[in-house]
Design a protein around this ligand. Structure first.
Ligand SMILES: Nc1ncnc2c1ncn2[C@@H]1O[C@H](COP(=O)(O)OP(=O)(O)OP(=O)(O)O)[C@@H](O)[C@H]1O
Ligand SMILES: O=C([O-])CC(=O)C(=O)O
Ligand SMILES: [Ca+2]
Ligand SMILES: [Mn+2]
Length: 646
């Protein structure tokens, strides 16, 4: 092609030719813009996993695709109308490339019945296991409040709800579950009947089918290959799909091809409320679990944590049936193979302390302990972001990059730099990232039997020691109690700390009576010689308002001493009332803070606060010792605080 702008005749512009130019510079091989765009994308597997896609026989692929669509159609079927919706794979917006190489409406399922309702005339477009990049585009194009932050994370808003709604979590009570599950006082399982579940299910399915498109994720739970659970998540938002992509275990292309029928399905219609006229409904939110149908329905909340913790509830039912203990705990492993579990309620430090640069991360929140050791249930982590700093939590800081979902954070509108101190949307800001984003992850996320069981409590009363050694009965007592005390509201002046007791450090997720899990934990700890510890990650030097939260660097030193075994060599002294054994020294921690009384200037206030907390512990424990729920041994009872007559 001539270098001159003009053609050989000296007038007019040269025409762009297709193919190589005369100097061998390649030019575009397209006749139209659409065609050009169609060249941009190479064909790939309709899934996200890493690794190479096996060359498969196209007839088989066609057949598998058909089966996959039939399965999705069955998932989305109304149970009262025609057999299932017409589903097609792919973004409806991609239709505009008609005639080009871009695949549009590649496969579809047509319901064979005669359409008797308008909903049967419509296609449901399914965006199946999209990649993070595709989900980013969907979120940014279609979901208000979705932005790319300066480090590449996807900032999203979860809507009106920025935390879970435990009072709206219902479980179908039927002939089986009425005997199997924990019901009544203290139980998280609020009952509903099967019919009401079906009403909500139909509402969710109709809502989802009324949309232009839905997202479907097929993924796994549990890294233990023998106890892997296949889950399908049907949702309306790219935010939800990317969140679950990060949080559940991502299938390989081969695993996805052979996925088959899921063991459990979530219908997340969170933008749509439940119907207040439906029996049992007490608000416009309902998160409903049917163990018989192996389904969960979400109406009236877009907070993605409901899906994560809904599946965790399911595991708290399924695993104990197989003699496997499910745990609300973080888990990591030292270079020498020593495993530690970190139990604790929300905000006590499971994610922060299990993410330890000197140890391998197995998981930050949900685990199983079976005969063969521990396994993570999830494929990702869910970290609190409030006041996050690079200095204190470098590995979590660095994990907030492309692919990570950042919920409800505030950022600079131009540079998109996140201000982690900003609580304008909520204090519960969160980052959800795939576990491989932590550099020293243990893959696969399994490990041997734990050596240390660390119970975390954020004691805003400031009376529990920063660390104490527990015997087995004390470990059980504190496990069943599940204590923490966070500060209720941090904005308006100083507020009283509020004690929270949540059995097994996760009453919101357990399905059976707490003593069932406690008995399993005791047996496992005894069989494998695990040591119990209570670590206060909360206040020191006074209650909230007076004292300060224990420095994270001190807590890390305490945890280091537990891991290394050096803390076992310290001298111990028993405290009054709680009878906790506290060490005289921990390397790197000022010895005077190890005994809380030392750090309080007002000794009487310390004593009063200690007695007050002991009273709250005792009162809470009555739930487990009185009436038909009395399944606690004398030994465990005696391991609680003893308030003398003085
Ligand atoms: N001494 C301390 N030990 C642990 N965490 C601390 C300490 N001081 C402050 N923190 C902060 O407390 C928070 C602990 O939150 P983390 O995400 O670890 O909670 P979690 O137990 O994983 O809860 P959830 O189950 O809700 O995810 C973090 O924001 C951390 O920075
Ligand atoms: O579920 C959530 O929203 C966060 C979490 O991990 C918990 O509360 O334990
Ligand atoms: Ca966490
Ligand atoms: Mn949690």
């Amino acid at each position: 092609m001539p270098t001159s702008e003009y053609d050989g005749n000296g007038n007019g512009l040269t025409r762009i030719e297709v193919g190589d130019d005369e100097e061998g510079h390649p030019t575009v091989k397209a006749q139209t813009i659409d065609e050009l765009h169609s060249l941009q994308k190479k064909k790939s597997a309709p899934s996200t996993p890493k690794g190479t896609f096996p060359a498969s026989n196209s007839v088989f692929t066609e057949e598998r695709n058909k089966q996959q669509l039939e399965s999705i159609s069955a998932s989305l079927a109304s149970l009262t109308r025609e057999s299932g919706p017409k589903v097609v794979k792919g973004d409806p917006a991609a239709r505009k490339f008609e005639g080009s190489r871009v695949e549009h409406v590649p496969h579809q399922i047509l319901t064979p019945t005669i359409a008797v309702s308008d909903s049967a005339l419509k296609f449901t477009h399914v965006l199946y296991n999209l990649s993070p990049a595709e989900l980013y585009e969907q979120a940014i194009k279609y979901e208000k409040g979705s932005f790319i932050t300066s480090t590449g994370a996807l900032a999203t808003l979860s809507g009106a709800k920025t935390g879970r709604c435990p009072r709206d979590k219902r479980v179908v009570k039927d002939d089986v579950t009425k005997n199997e599950l924990w019901w009544g006082k203290g139980s998280p399982n609020i009952e509903m009947d099967e019919h009401s579940f079906m009403v909500n299910r139909e509402r969710a399915v109709d809502y989802l089918n009324s949309l232009d498109k839905v997202f479907v994720n097929d993924q796994f739970l549990n890294w233990d290959p023998e106890n892997k659970i296949k889950v399908r998540i049907v949702s309306a938002r790219a935010y939800h799909s990317l969140f679950m992509h990060n949080m559940c275990i991502r299938p390989t292309p081969e695993e996805l091809e052979n996925f088959g029928t899921p063991d459990f399905t979530i219908y997340n219609a969170g933008q749509f409320p439940c119907n207040r006229y439906t029996h049992y409904m007490t608000s416009s939110t309902s998160i409903d679990l049917s163990l018989a149908r192996k389904e969960m329905v979400i109406l009236g909340t877009q907070y993605a944590g409901e899906m994560k913790k809904g599946l965790f509830s399911l595991m708290h039912y399924l695993m104990p049936k197989r003699q496997i203990l499910s745990l609300h705990s973080g888990c990591n492993m030292g270079k020498g193979g020593d495993v530690a579990l970190f139990f604790g309620l929300s905000g006590t430090g499971k994610t922060t302390l299990s993410t330890d640069h000197n140890r391998y991360l197995i998981g930050d929140d949900e685990h199983c302990w079976s005969e063969s050791g521990v396994s993570n249930i999830e494929g990702g982590c869910y970290a609190k972001c409030i006041d996050l700093s690079r200095e204190n939590e470098p590995d979590i800081w660095n994990a907030i990059k492309f692919g990570t979902v950042l919920e409800n954070v505030v950022f600079d509108e131009h540079f998109r730099e996140v201000d982690y101190t900003d609580k304008s949307v909520t204090e519960n800001t969160r980052a959800a990232y795939p576990i491989e984003y932590i550099p020293n992850v243990k893959l696969p996320c399994v490990g041997p039997h734990p050596k240390n069981v660390i119970l975390l409590a954020c004691d805003a009363f400031g009376v529990l020691p920063p660390v104490s050694r527990l015997n087995l009965s004390q470990t059980m007592y504190h496990f069943i109690s599940g204590y923490t005390a966070l500060v209720a509201g941090t904005e308006e002046g100083i507020e009283e700390p509020k004690a929270t007791f949540s059995a097994c450090f996760g009453a919101a997720f357990i399905m059976l009576h707490p003593t069932k899990y406690a008995a399993m934990l005791a047996e496992k700890m005894q069989n494998h010689g695990a040591n119990g510890w209570l670590v206060n990650t909360g206040w020191s030097g006074g209650s909230y308002g007076c004292g300060n939260r224990i420095k994270l660097s001190y807590t890390r030193k305490i945890i280091d001493a537990i891991h290394s075994g050096s803390l076992l060599d310290a001298e111990y002294k028993k405290t009054e009332i709680f009878g906790l054994e506290i060490p005289n020294k921990v390397e790197g921690v000022p010895s005077e803070i190890l005994e809380p009384e030392n750090t309080w200037s007002d000794k009487q206030a310390y004593k009063d606060t200690l007695l007050k907390l002991a009273g709250l512990f005792n009162k809470n424990f009555e739930t487990f010792t009185i009436g038909e729920n009395n399944q606690v041994t004398e030994e465990i009872l005696a391991a609680g605080p003893i308030i003398g007559d003085a």
